[in-house]
Design a protein around this ligand. Structure first.
Ligand SMILES: Cc1cc2nc3c(=O)[nH]c(=O)nc-3n(C[C@H](O)[C@H](O)[C@H](O)COP(=O)(O)OP(=O)(O)OC[C@H]3O[C@@H](n4cnc5c(N)ncnc54)[C@H](O)[C@@H]3O)c2cc1C
Length: 525
């Protein structure tokens, strides 16, 4: 196939016009185009009065070579996923993947596809049971420490917007998208510039991927927390489940996510190498989604999806403030994974039809902010803020909130304006500004005003701030060598929790890389 770039359609223009425009751009007759498909679709909204869809198209004509030769098209890059050549060493036991988030599930999928029959241990429940626990938490604050927004089938992304955008440029991202589509995600994720699945669909995707892995000889054990490892002469020999049963294995992939604090402690106790990692914390902000649409697109248009944004501000006190994980038409969700702590995050359904859009407004932390030298000191910093949020909220998992107007003035909010907070089970008015570490509060206040200059209404007095957002990324890195192994032979730290990914797609890609490292060393069963 050959590739042609920059084919444009105006808003509302029918996609059936694409073929004519491709033909014109290439200087061929329409009938000479044998087949074509969209490789990329982006929106150019730089000129609000002339918003366009911009396409990259892959196609076949009888003159492919000629069109490439004269520079009208380029050869379509071959991004077909190639499995690695398998190794020779014999595996005595089945590999164990700890965690069924995107990293664990993609690692298990590749291992299963290549004949390694992985066993996946997941401390949480299967997705249908997990949904009931999460809804009970959101409805009435009944908290389950192993079945929540962070823990359970599908991992932390199950109750998310399912944004698949990533900063990594890795050809394996294509494999991730392909497998998501096979498992039930909309095909448009294959070409949209900012693909997203939505929590409603990602839940089924997780289930379907599990079934595929099982059909290929893999096994999933839910309600199965890895609680210990048997290490002899710096080599893994077995892992323990639920403080009880031991399972022999020489390979354990730690795809545990950024919230497995008890497992981090276990690994530290077992002398698995780890170090502090800077991360970011802050607040969730909510606006009316129509404000964001108007700011980004001008007049609202039914042909456009709810708009997003990405903002950065370098504050005078040296902190960097940025928007993160923007969820257009979404909800702020209670995301705790420990008793008596409050954590915020964001989620959208596939249609992104909710009234508000939200994002995290984060401030970078430095390791010098950490309370001590321990590799786990960053966790302590997160916990301090999460416990404070719980206390401020009223010790019932309600979250502290403040309007942006009151945050900027440093006074307690007493009533809600145009933006209704979406966080459940409930909210409590708090002077958050007064409670935040001073530098963080100052940096966020400065950034809100700066962001308001870029996006009208961003600093609207009625916009809502909900506290606190602490789990944007892992506060530790579990170190690994070039073969992806930790200082313990057979232990492979992976994904977001180990500090090697940030988001669904990059965690999935890291899982694939680990599977490849194992496959290229060992022979399949
Ligand atoms: C509400 C929310 C919304 C998000 N929205 C997005 C988004 O739109 N786009 C995006 O890219 N990212 C989003 N993220 C982040 C994304 O979910 C994570 O980056 C991603 O899930 C990390 O994948 P992972 O597999 O490394 O870890 P996780 O997904 O965290 O999975 C780790 C799994 O390991 C299990 N586990 C932990 N310890 C043990 C143990 N000892 N034994 C057994 N099992 C264990 C956990 O239960 C969990 O299921 C969101 C996160 C949240 C919480």
């Amino acid at each position: 196939m050959i590739r042609v770039q920059n084919i444009q359609l105006s808003l509302g223009e029918d996609k059936s016009n694409l073929k004519r425009k491709i033909a014109k751009k290439l200087g061929v007759y329409e009938k000479e185009i044998l087949e074509f498909k969209i490789a990329k679709e982006a929106i150019d909204a730089r000129k609000k009065d002339n918003i366009k869809f911009v396409y990259t198209i892959d196609l076949n004509t009888a003159k492919n070579d000629f069109l490439v030769k004269i520079g009208k098209a380029t050869a379509t890059p071959n991004i077909k996923y190639e499995y690695v050549k398998t190794g020779e060493e014999k595996l005595e036991h089945r590999p164990i993947v700890v965690g069924s988030g995107p990293c664990g599930i993609f690692c298990a999928l590749i291992l299963a596809q290549m004949g390694y029959k992985p066993i996946v241990l997941e401390r949480g429940k299967q997705v249908d049971e997990r949904i009931k626990d999460v809804e009970a938490f959101w409805d009435n604050g009944t908290f389950n420490k192993n079945s929540n927004v962070q823990f359970g089938e599908g991992g932390a992304g199950t109750f998310s917007d399912g944004k698949l955008t990533t900063q990594i440029k890795n050809p394996k991202c294509g494999k991730v998208l392909d497998e998501f589509v096979i498992a039930g995600a909309n095909e448009d994720i294959l070409y949209k510039n900012k693909p997203h699945i939505g929590t409603d669909i990602i839940r089924d995707v997780a289930k379907n991927m599990r079934q595929t892995i099982e059909n290929l000889g893999g096994t999933f054990l839910f309600n199965s927390c890895m609680t210990d490892m048997k290490i002899v002469n710096s080599k893994l020999e077995a892992v323990q489940i639920n403080n009880d049963k031991w399972v022999d294995t020489n390979i354990c992939i730690l795809a545990i996510g950024h919230s497995a604090r008890d497992t981090f402690e276990l690994l530290h106790k077992l002398d698995v190498g780890m170090e502090q990692k800077p991360f970011a914390m802050g607040l969730r902000i909510e606006h009316l989604q129509k404000w964001i649409n108007q700011a980004q697109y001008g007049e609202l248009n039914e042909n456009l999806e709810p708009a997003d944004y990405k903002l950065v501000h370098h504050a005078e006190n040296g902190r960097t403030v940025y928007s993160f994980c923007m969820c257009p038409g979404g909800y702020v969700v209670a995301s705790a994974s420990e008793d008596e702590m409050v954590v915020t995050n964001g989620m959208s359904y596939n249609d992104r039809a909710a009234e508000n859009g939200n994002s995290a407004i984060l401030v970078n932390t430095k390791t010098s902010d950490f309370p001590n030298e321990s590799p786990l000191a960053g966790v302590k910093l997160q916990q301090q803020l999460e416990k404070l949020a719980y206390k401020l909220g009223g010790e019932n998992y309600f979250a502290p909130i403040q309007t942006v107007g009151d945050f900027l003035e440093g006074k307690q909010t007493t009533k809600i304006g145009e933006v209704k907070p979406s966080y459940i089970p409930g909210i409590t008015f708090v002077n958050i500004r007064e409670e935040l570490p001073t530098e963080m509060g100052e940096a966020i206040a400065e950034a809100l005003v700066a962001f308001g200059k870029k996006i009208k209404h961003f600093d609207h007095k009625d916009a809502i701030l909900t506290g606190f957002e602490t789990r944007s990324s892992s506060p530790v890195r579990i170190t690994r060598n070039k073969q992806y192994e930790s200082n313990i032979e057979g232990v492979y730290p992976a994904g977001e929790g180990a500090g090697y990914a940030g988001g669904i797609t990059s965690a999935a890609v890291d899982g694939i890389q680990i599977a490849e490292a194992i496959a290229s060393k060992y022979s399949p069963f």
